[in-house]
Design a protein around this ligand. Structure first.
Ligand code: BGP
Length: 477
């Protein structure tokens, strides 16, 4: 049965990206590498076909073109990051790189001129490599202070034009891949360092919120938030053992950031649990008071796929470093629907389930979907005779996730909008250009030329009509 789904009033539709994944290194100065740049330089063999942040989509030279496409599609907003490692030349004293700042200022003007609201993230994995070398990055309390100084400069330069600021994109990711899982350069495992990074980023979110309030830039209508990749988790069964596995998974990957950002506090017993595992971080009562006093105005949530877990069947080896998986094992559910390219399950109801959680567990805080999308390999195979990629699979993916988003609003969740990842194809950590996510293709064979995909037209029509059609495919055959 085909239904027409109407978008709620004021529900925004946008697209996201980040500085390091799009801009490229043009004009980058000595000493301005981010952690991502350094990883790419030192360990290029793991980056798919050698592509990485060096050129990316060359957004730094081509943003006018990209914004003209956003205008054509009618996007309400564009989220990207300010690259901390490039915006400053001296991180201790927050000395601004005037060349990069001038580009950024022009870029923001172009965005607004095309009718698109800029949403700016202060760090999307772009911690300066110099700080990694000098003090271990976010392991150091000093980096929290430097981040606040950096944020204050950003508000000063762009705060009169940018209404929506975010501390981090996916604050849990870098340290989880590097220090917890030991999967990424520089291949140093340390679970306590992992927890210290988590904590310092939660603290920095509150400290920057505090700085924003004091900056004089938080005019009416402005909002400050952070963007959390919620790993929506489902237990295999409702047995106490499986439920406990899912609860701990949620605690260590989701509540770890949701709680301080929304409630202004970690849950009771959390620090004791960390202590029992020997990973309690250094903190002060003053820090906790700052977190308490500065919950964010709203949160952006990146939602891609569900995670399914069960209680542990196999014991953890004696002496192994702490890992949250001491409480769970992944559960490979029979019959699950997959995106075979990315290896992720597709389960659009994650949107609704998380929305209801926001409503019932998090005081119905305002939130939006900050990333959702479908990465597909070798998309050229879906090109039609006119040269346009016919990404109907992505359109279906959007429809199904948006269907649950609209239903969540109808059922009272304070969900304000939806952003797809990503506006154009771009480079991901290691996967580089392998899985394409864009509404707009980046043609690597031809000068990184831009071409709209069919999904861009779907977005354009949906925005113009404020509705989309949805195939309710629950018929038994
Ligand atoms: C999100 C990140 C993005 C982007 C996206 C797709 O989690 O915020 O930066 O990388 O994932 O990533 P991938 O290509 O690895 O599927």
């Amino acid at each position: 049965m085909t239904e027409t789904i109407y978008l709620p009033e004021d529900f925004f539709l946008g697209a996201a990206a980040s500085a390091w994944q799009t801009e490229g290194w043009k004009g980058k100065k000595e000493g301005q590498d981010s952690y991502m740049d350094a990883w790419y330089k030192e360990n290029r063999e793991v980056w798919h076909e050698g592509y990485g942040p060096a050129v990316a989509t060359d957004f730094i030279s081509r943003y006018e073109e990209d914004f003209s496409y956003m205008k054509e599609i009618g996007l309400n907003c564009y989220r990207t990051s300010l690259n901390w490692s490039r915006f400053l030349t001296d991180y201790e004293n927050a000395v601004v790189d005037e060349d990069y700042a001038a580009y950024y200022s022009r870029m923001i003007d172009a965005c607004i001129r095309n009718g698109v609201e800029p949403m700016i993230c202060l760090e999307h994995y772009e911690v300066p490599q110099v700080l990694m070398e000098r003090c271990g990055g976010w392991n150091s309390r000093h980096v929290v202070d430097l981040f606040v100084k950096y944020a204050a400069k950003a508000f000063e330069r762009f705060g009169s034009r940018v209404k929506y600021w975010f501390a981090f994109n996916e604050p849990v990711v870098v340290q989880t891949r590097v220090y917890l899982d030991g999967l990424r350069w520089p291949f140093h495992q340390d679970s306590k360092v992992w927890m210290q990074w988590n904590y310092h980023k939660a603290l920095a979110t509150a400290a920057v919120m505090d700085a924003y309030k004091k900056s004089g830039m938080r005019r009416s209508g402005c909002k400050f938030g952070t963007i959390i990749n919620v790993e929506t988790v489902y237990p295999r069964t409702d047995s106490a053992d499986d439920m406990n596995a899912a609860d701990k998974y949620d605690l260590f990957y989701n509540r770890l950031f949701l709680d301080p950002a929304i409630r202004g506090a970690y849950e009771d017993g959390f620090f004791e649990l960390l202590d029992r595992h020997g990973i309690l971080m250094e903190y002060t009562p003053g820090d906790l008071a700052l977190i308490k006093a500065n919950p964010t105005d709203w949160v952006g949530i990146n939602l891609y796929h569900p995670n399914r877990v069960k209680g542990r069947m196999n014991p953890i080896r004696e002496g192994a470093p702490f890992h949250p998986c001491c409480y769970y094992e992944e559960f490979d559910m029979p019959g699950k629907r997959m995106n075979p390219f990315r290896g992720w399950e597709i389960y659009p109801k994650i949107v609704y389930d998380f929305a209801m959680r926001m409503k019932h567990e998090y005081g119905n805080k305002e939130w939006f979907i900050a990333e959702n999308g479908m990465g597909v390999q070798n998309e050229g195979q879906y090109r039609d005779k006119q040269g346009m990629i016919q990404d109907d699979y992505r359109i279906d993916f959007f429809r199904q996730h948006l269907y649950w988003a609209v239903k969540a609003v109808e059922d009272g969740s304070n969900l304000k909008g939806y952003m797809n990842w990503a506006f154009t194809d771009n480079v991901s950590p290691m996967n580089a250009f392998k899985n394409r996510y864009g509404l707009v293709e980046i043609d690597l064979e031809h000068n990184r030329d831009r071409h709209l995909k069919k999904s861009a037209l779907f977005f354009r029509d949906m925005i113009a009509q404020r509705s989309f059609s949805y195939e309710n495919d629950t018929e038994y055959r």
